[in-house]
Structure formats: structure tokens, C-alpha cells
Design a protein around this ligand. Structure first.
Ligand code: RB5
Length: 142
């Protein structure tokens, strides 16, 4: 189950991602926001982070204008590893190496087509499970 959240800048990209997830038969929970003029990105980072913390969802996608604010907010939460990725190499590497559980995107930074390829790469890549990466991820929590 994928948790998805966005601020006002990310609504359009979020809708495109939801269509993509629907087309792939992937289940998600939408934590907002809807089409509004202004909103606060930490609210949506926290909602998605909590859904992962309580195991309601196993992965998350967060969108704000740059992807920066919303990833900073998510990364303050225990057990959340949010990766801001604007290329497929990073999206693949962060799953393989960091077992990132949240993908952050900047709706004002990349186009929708590119963002969808990044989502596909992120969701389609398993953690490598290699010992050195497990150790380093554990060090993030210590
Ligand atoms: C909203 O204007 C913008 O600051 C927000 O979407 C995000 O880019 C913050 O990091």
C-alpha cells in the first residue's frame, strides 16, 4: 500500500501519479491535499510518515514545489527515509542502497512524464539487502 501526499503545488502531479498507480493496479491511500490555493507541506509529510510508521502503508510518495521542504519534514520522522529524486539513477540507487521508503518529488522542477518514470523506477526496485547497506541504514537510526 502506497501513501501519497502533496501540498498545493503538487496536486496536478499527484493526480497524474494516481492515474499511473490505477493503471498498474497498485493500491494507495491519498492523504491530500486536494485542489487548494495554499497548504503547508509538513502536514502531508507527517500524514504519510505516520502511515508508514504504523505500517498502514509500506511506501510513500510526497510532492511539493521543490520536493525539498516535504522531504526535510519526512526525514525528521523515525524510520522514514525520504529520497528526493529527479532522475531515475537516483531513484534506483536509493532503493538499492538506502531502502528509501518515501520518494519525494518537486512538481515545479520536473515534468510529469519524467516524474512518472521516476515513480516507476522507485516502486519497481527492491532493496539490495546487502550487509554493508543494512549496516549503514541501521546507523541512520542510532
Ligand atoms: C510552496 O510555495 C513551496 O514553498 C513548497 O511547495 C516547497 O517547494 C517547499 O519546499
Amino acid at each position: 500500500m502506497i501513501a501519497i501526499g502533496n501540498d498545493h503545488t503538487g496536486y496536478e502531479l499527484k493526480q497524474a501519479i494516481l492515474e499511473y498507480l490505477d493503471s498498474k493496479g497498485l493500491e494507495y491511500k491519498d492523504f491530500g491535499c486536494g485542489k487548494v490555493n495554499s497548504s503547508d507541506y509538513p502536514d502531508y509529510a507527517k500524514a504519510v510518515g505516520r502511515a508508514i510508521q504504523n505500517k498502514e502503508c509500506d511506501k510513500g510518495i510526497l510532492i511539493c514545489g521543490t520536493g525539498i521542504g516535504i522531504s526535510i519534514a519526512a526525514n525528521k520522522m523515525k524510520g522514514i527515509r525520504a529520497a528526493l529524486c529527479h532522475d531515475c539513477f537516483s531513484a534506483e540507487a536509493t532503493r538499492l542502497h538506502n531502502d528509501a521508503n518515501v520518494l519525494a518529488l518537486g512538481a515545479r522542477v520536473i515534468g510529469i512524464g519524467h516524474a512518472l518514470k521516476i515513480v516507476e523506477t522507485f516502486l519497481g526496485t527492491e532493496f539490495s539487502g546487502e550487509e554493508r547497506h543494512i549496516k549503514r541504514i541501521q546507523m541512520l537510526e542510532d
